[in-house]
Design a protein around this ligand. Structure first.
Ligand code: PMP
Ligand code: GLN
Length: 382
C-alpha cells in the first residue's frame, strides 16, 4: 500500500470542466459546457506547423520561447496597447495560459501573503494560491452585473496584500473591465507593493467595439503586472496549450527561474508557425467580430427557450438565468439537463468557494452553427 500523503489541496476535487465534459460524453450530450471550439482552426496555421516540422524545427527551442515569436508579440502589444516590451527580457512563452498563471503566482507568493481574487473566477486561481501557502481574499462580483466594487477592494487591502488578480474579458461572466476600473486600480496600487496578475486570455474575444483594457496600456500598471495570454483561445486550438506571459524585466527574471525548472521550453514547431502567422495582424484582429456573430446567433436561437440571458461583452461564454424553468440548484439543473435533454452547461456556483448559487448557468457559444442549433432545439423542450 502506498504510504499516506498529507494533501496540499485537501478540499479540492476534480475540476468542473472535466466533470461536465465526462458527463456529456457518457450521455451523448451536446457539450456547451467546457470552453473549447468545435470548428476547425486555420488550415494555413496547421500547414505552417507541418512545414516547421518538415523543415527540421523539432528540437528544444530557447527556454524563453522561439525568438521570432517573442518579437512578433512585442510588435503586437505595441500596436494594440502602445506598450514597449523587450522581447528578450519581458516575454516568456508558456505551455498555456493556466501554466503562465500558476508560474506567476509561484514566482511571487510567499506563505501568508494575501491575494485579492474576485468571484466567480476561473477555477485554477484559488488552488494555485493555496498550493503556494498564500491566502485568497475573496471578493464577490455582485450578480447580475458582476462589476468590481472598488470601495470593497480598498477596504480589504492590508499590509499583507501582495497581489490583485484580474480577468477581463471574464470567465465565466462575460463582463469586461472599463477604463474607469483601470483608473481606480491605478490610484489604489500607487505607492504600494501590490502586484497585478492580469489574466487576459480572452483579450481578442471582446464585442460591440469595446476596447480591451489590458494592463499593458498603462505603464505604471504594466511594471507591476504579470499579464497572461493563450494562443489556444485566439486561434481556436485549445489543445495546443500554448500561451505567454508579459511582465517587467525584474519580475520576468524571477518568473523564468521557476519556468526553467518546470517546463524549460515549449513545443517548437507551433511557435515557429505562430511567429509567421502573427505577422499578419488580421490573424488576431478579426477574431472578436467572428465570435461576436456566434454570440448573437446563439442569443437569437435561445429566445425559443425559457432561459433568460445576461449580457456577454467578451469571452466565449454567456450566462443564462433559469428562474422560469425551476428552482433547483445550478448544479442539479446542469446535471439534469445533460442527462435528460442532452445538453451540457456549467453551473456558475463552481466558480465560487462556498455555497453561492445565484441560479445561473454558463453556455459556451464557440461552436458551429449546427451545434448551437442542435443544442437549442433540445433546450427549447425544457
Ligand atoms: N484563464 C481563463 C479565464 C480561462 O478561461 C482559460 C481557459 N482554460 C485559461 C486562463 C487558460 O488557458 P489555457 O488553455 O491556455 O491554459
Ligand atoms: N477555460 C475553459 C473553460 O472555462 C476550460 C479550461 C479547462 O478545461 N481547464 O471552460
Amino acid at each position: 500500500m502506498a504510504p499516506p500523503l498529507l494533501s496540499k489541496l485537501p478540499r479540492v476535487g476534480t475540476t468542473i470542466f472535466t466533470v461536465m465534459s465526462s458527463l456529456a460524453t457518457e450521455y451523448g450530450a451536446v457539450n456547451l459546457g467546457q470552453g473549447f471550439p468545435d470548428f476547425p482552426m486555420s488550415e494555413a496555421l496547421v500547414a505552417l506547423v507541418n512545414r516547421a516540422m518538415t523543415s527540421g524545427f523539432n528540437q528544444y527551442t530557447h527556454m524563453n520561447g522561439f525568438p521570432a515569436l517573442r518579437e512578433v508579440l512585442a510588435e503586437k502589444v505595441r500596436s494594440l496597447y502602445g506598450a514597449i516590451v523587450d522581447p528578450d527580457s519581458e516575454i516568456t512563452i508558456t505551455p498555456g495560459g493556466t501554466y503562465a498563471i500558476y508560474t506567476a503566482l509561484t514566482t511571487v507568493l510567499q506563505p501568508g501573503d494575501e491575494v485579492i481574487v474576485f468571484q466567480p473566477c476561473y477555477d485554477s486561481y484559488i488552488p494555485n494560491i493555496l498550493v503556494n501557502g498564500a491566502i485568497p481574499v475573496l471578493i464577490d462580483l455582485p450578480f447580475p452585473d458582476y462589476q468590481i466594487d472598488w470601495e470593497e477592494v480598498r477596504r480589504r487591502i492590508t499590509p499583507r496584500t501582495r497581489m490583485i488578480m484580474l480577468n477581463s474579458p471574464n470567465n465565466p461572466t462575460g463582463a469586461v473591465l472599463r477604463e474607469t476600473d483601470m483608473q481606480v486600480l491605478r490610484s489604489l496600487v500607487k505607492d504600494t507593493p501590490i502586484l497585478i496578475l492580469s489574466d487576459e486570455v480572452y483579450e481578442h474575444l471582446i464585442f460591440d467595439g469595446i476596447p480591451h483594457q489590458s494592463v499593458l496600456r498603462y505603464p505604471d500598471l504594466a511594471e507591476r503586472s504579470l499579464a497572461c495570454y493563450s494562443f489556444g483561445k485566439t486561434y481556436h486550438c485549445t489543445g495546443w496549450k500554448l500561451g505567454y506571459c508579459v511582465s517587467s524585466a525584474a519580475l520576468m527574471k524571477e518568473f523564468r527561474k521557476v519556468h526553467q525548472f518546470n517546463c524549460f521550453s515549449c513545443h517548437t514547431p507551433s511557435q515557429v508557425a505562430l511567429a509567421e502567422f502573427l505577422a499578419d495582424k488580421d490573424s488576431y484582429n478579426t477574431v472578436g467580430v467572428f465570435m461576436q456573430r456566434k454570440r448573437d446567433y446563439f442569443q437569437q436561437l435561445m429566445q425559443q427557450t425559457k432561459f433568460t440571458p445576461l449580457p456577454s461583452y467578451g469571452s466565449y461564454f454567456q450566462l443564462y438565468k433559469y428562474d422560469r424553468i425551476s428552482d433547483e440548484s445550478d448544479k442539479e439543473l446542469s446535471i439534469r439537463i445533460t442527462k435528460e435533454y442532452g445538453v451540457a452547461c456549467i453551473p456558475v456556483s463552481a466558480f465560487y468557494i462556498g455555497e453561492k448559487d445565484d441560479k445561473v448557468v454558463r453556455f459556451c457559444f464557440a461552436k458551429k452553427e449546427e451545434t448551437l442549433e442542435k443544442a437549442v432545439e433540445r433546450l427549447a423542450k425544457i
